[in-house]
Design a protein around this ligand. Structure first.
Ligand SMILES: *Cc1c(COP(=O)(O)O)cnc(C)c1O
Length: 379
């Protein structure tokens, strides 16, 4: 049987025809009509007024920090429970990351902890330049109270929606509620351009400056003139064509991932000591997690097995499963950084496992995973 990957690319739309269009037009370059159309279509889908297509989600976050005027020594606060790419750009700007723990309800940044920490920081006279809030595994964080706390202190909120294309918070798209938001189209995400990202904002000026910085900060002049250091961060026209094909199918991809999650819940829900990542709707039926990855927690005391034994059993059957993200306050690269709380995300990491969740999975594929997982409970 072929190896089952965690979240492989799923190209089931018009991608090839659109790539052929890019070839036929000879726009084999960064920028071009496919990029313009991809930006328009993503802005229309999400309701973000403005969007800039970029070479990666990491590049989008780096530009977001630049646009907000982040300077060496500034603090930037960030969810601890996330992938390292959520915090690496803080270091690119020689700013100081501070990691904040999760709440149990959404597994994402704890709004009460953030509000308290901002009040304390205001009293000390040292507020952060920005707060990066991550929507992990496609589950939205509880943005309303965090937006209110940040507004009270004049702190910018950046949404890391890299894993949350198609996720809704009270009916609004992930990435459209902070001053800036970013998406990722890396090969393992819910939609892919092989590699790519998008910066979203309601502020036309910020997105215009992002485009300027992403194309080597060329001043308007007939010759090459520069008065700032720029980057080469724009998306290729060929890759934007793939993105357009993927975006046209995003609702089907969300539906497929949600269906796979429901099948797992149906088949594994009764196992002692096994529980699923909750879908937190914050009291609003219009909220929706895209269920990018199906995540489970395994309590060894009740299960008689643990996440590592389950992972190894899956690996032996050629099925890829991964522990949940190791919190950044526990990562060697960020040793010595300040952390606010940390026990919640550490506990999730200890017990958590991501199961294969690609939107191209068949029912038979899910049954194959279920069979191995159930086997770990049999003794
Ligand atoms: C994938 C990811 C990123 C980075 O996106 P790239 O496009 O791979 O640079 C950032 N944050 C989170 C939470 C991610 O999962």
């Amino acid at each position: 049987m072929p190896r089952l990957h965690l979240s492989p690319p799923h190209l089931d739309g018009d991608e090839q025809r659109l790539v052929a269009e890019a070839f036929a037009s000879n726009w084999i370059a960064p920028l071009g009509p496919q990029v313009d159309a991809f930006e328009r279509e993503m802005a229309a889908y999400t309701g973000a007024t403005h969007a800039a297509a970029l070479s990666s989600g990491t590049a989008a976050l780096h530009l977001a920090l630049r646009l907000l005027g982040t300077r060496p020594g500034d603090e930037v606060w960030c969810s601890s429970f996330t992938f390292a790419a959520s915090a690496n750009p803080i270091c690119y700007e020689q700013a100081v990351p501070v990691f904040i723990d999760s709440e149990a309800a959404s597994w994402n940044l704890d709004p009460a902890l953030l509000a308290q920490a901002l009040d304390d920081a205001a009293r000390r006279g040292r507020l952060p330049r920005a707060v990066i809030v991550v929507h992990l595994y496609g589950q939205c964080a509880d943005l309303d109270p965090m937006l209110a706390a940040c507004a009270r202190h004049g702190v910018a909120l950046i949404e890391d929606a890299a894993e949350a294309v198609g996720s809704l918070y009270k009916g609004r798209h992930a990435g459209t509620m902070g001053v800036l938001g970013l998406q990722s189209f890396n090969g393992n995400k819910i939609m892919t351009t092989s590699g790519g990202g998008m910066l979203l904002s309601a502020d036309a000026g910020l997105i215009a400056t992002a485009r300027f910085l992403a194309t080597q900060a060329r001043d308007p002049a007939p010759h090459y003139q520069h008065s700032q250091v720029g980057f080469n961060y724009r998306l290729s026209n060929v890759l934007a064509a793939i993105g357009r094909g993927q975006l046209a199918r995003i609702e089907a991809k969300v539906a497929a991932r949600r269906r796979i999650n429901a099948m797992y819940q149906q088949a594994l829900g009764g196992l002692p000591g096994l529980s699923f990542m909750p879908e937190e709707r914050f009291g609003d039926a219009r909220s929706r997690a895209n269920r990018w990855l199906t995540c489970v927690l395994i309590d060894p005391a009740l299960a008689g097995t643990d996440r590592e034994r389950v992972r190894l059993a899956l690996e032996a059957a050629d099925i890829e499963a991964r522990p949940l993200w190791k919190p950044l306050h526990l990562q060697p690269v960020f040793a010595g950084c300040r952390a606010i709380g940390g026990a919640v995300s550490a506990g999730l990491f200890e017990r958590g496992l991501c199961l294969p969740s690609g939107s191209g999975m068949t029912e038979g594929d899910v049954e194959r995973v279920v069979g191995v997982v159930r086997g770990c409970w049999k003794g």
